[in-house]
Design a protein around this ligand. Structure first.
Ligand SMILES: [Cu+2]
Length: 334
């Protein structure tokens, strides 16, 4: 779209000139031709490669029951069954297990996504009046119509938009369509909205993130996705080259090579306000020229920044109650 709209702008500019071509000397015409050529060349440098622009993603997730959380509660987790980008199978970059956090899905502005959810939680297809057993995918940031909201009918007024027995509808698999429109670049959470209540089971482990990159974004050696829960970080890392996702779980140890360029994606879940610190590091506060060494982040806020990995340290939440709960992890530079 950038490419298509730009030549139109160029046309407008030339047509908008009150002089007709006969009024313009040959010299001026040559000048205009050179400018137009330079403009076309500079714009064509912005044209992305086919694999990163307007790609079609076909994604299949399941939601599964995992281990006991230590208090007799079963946790739930998303698992990537299949991810194809314009037909290319990239499923091997994800864990073969259901993980908390769920898979991080990397997209580029301009992409289109068809993403389905299958419910693999035992007993999910037997309706119980007043209780939803559906699981869904409700995403933030990207565009979609009401049928892809991933909520129950009591919220969206259309359907119970998930897999399993809902309050009214029962589906084995439910598919959503996302339009990764221009202007949606950023890191956004997705989560269940339908399990047991209309608020869903994000707190039981059904959450993940999408990273929407602008076209032509610089690449990073590692990406760390850290969710700030009310009592722990949940996180994972992504190798910038192989795109393999690893080190999932609570307060994960994040690993980097010395002098590599790494990017942190912080997403706050739950209800607490956090003060994130990466001790010994400073970074640019996005949208400003300020260098900061910690950041306050509240429910559903996000903060994305990059640093050059120099020294091993710890990341932590400096808010007293969260600090007392041990909300911290290692950042190992090797
Ligand atoms: Cu949400």
């Amino acid at each position: 779209m950038l490419f298509q709209s730009a030549p139109a702008k160029c046309d407008t500019k030339l047509k908008g000139n009150s002089k007709t071509t006969s009024d313009i000397s040959q010299k001026s015409l040559i000048k205009i031709a050179i400018v137009a050529l330079a403009l076309t060349l500079s714009l064509s440098a912005l044209v992305p490669t086919s694999e990163s622009f307007a790609a079609e993603h076909i994604i299949q997730l399941t939601a599964e029951e995992t281990q006991d959380d230590g208090f007799g509660n079963k946790l739930l987790a998303y698992k990537m069954l299949s991810h194809r980008v314009d037909g290319l199978d990239i499923t091997s970059r994800y864990s073969t297990e259901a993980t908390i956090p769920g898979p991080t899905i990397e997209l580029t502005e301009g992409d289109k996504v068809k993403i389905s959810i299958e419910n693999a939680i035992p007993g999910n297809n037997i309706p119980i009046p007043g209780i939803s057993k559906q699981v869904s995918i409700h995403v933030h940031g990207v565009h979609y119509d009401i049928l892809s909201d991933g909520t129950l009918k009591v919220i969206n007024k259309n359907f119970d938009e998930g897999a399993g027995a809902g309050l009214e509808e029962t589906y084995v698999i439910y598919e959503y369509q996302w339009n990764v429109a221009l202007g949606t670049a950023g890191t956004w959470p997705y989560h269940d909205h339908n399990f047991e209540t209309h608020n869903g089971a994000e707190h039981k482990g059904l959450f993940g993130a999408i990273i929407v990159n602008p076209v032509g974004v610089s690449s990073y050696d590692k990406e760390y996705v850290l969710y700030l829960g009310d009592d722990a970080f949940w996180g994972m890392e992504i190798n910038g080259v192989s795109k393999i996702q690893s080190n999932h779980g609570v307060n994960p140890t994040l690993v980097a090579t010395r002098n590599s360029n790494v990017r942190f994606h912080l997403i706050a879940l739950g209800t607490d306000i956090h003060t994130f610190e990466l001790k010994g590091y400073k970074w640019i506060d996005p949208g400003t020229t300020h260098r900061i060494n910690q950041v306050a982040i509240g429910p559903l806020e996000k903060h994305v920044f990059s640093v050059i990995a120099k020294n091993s340290t710890r990341y932590r939440d400096n808010n007293l109650s969260n600090k007392l709960l041990g909300m911290e992890g290692k950042f190992l530079v090797q």
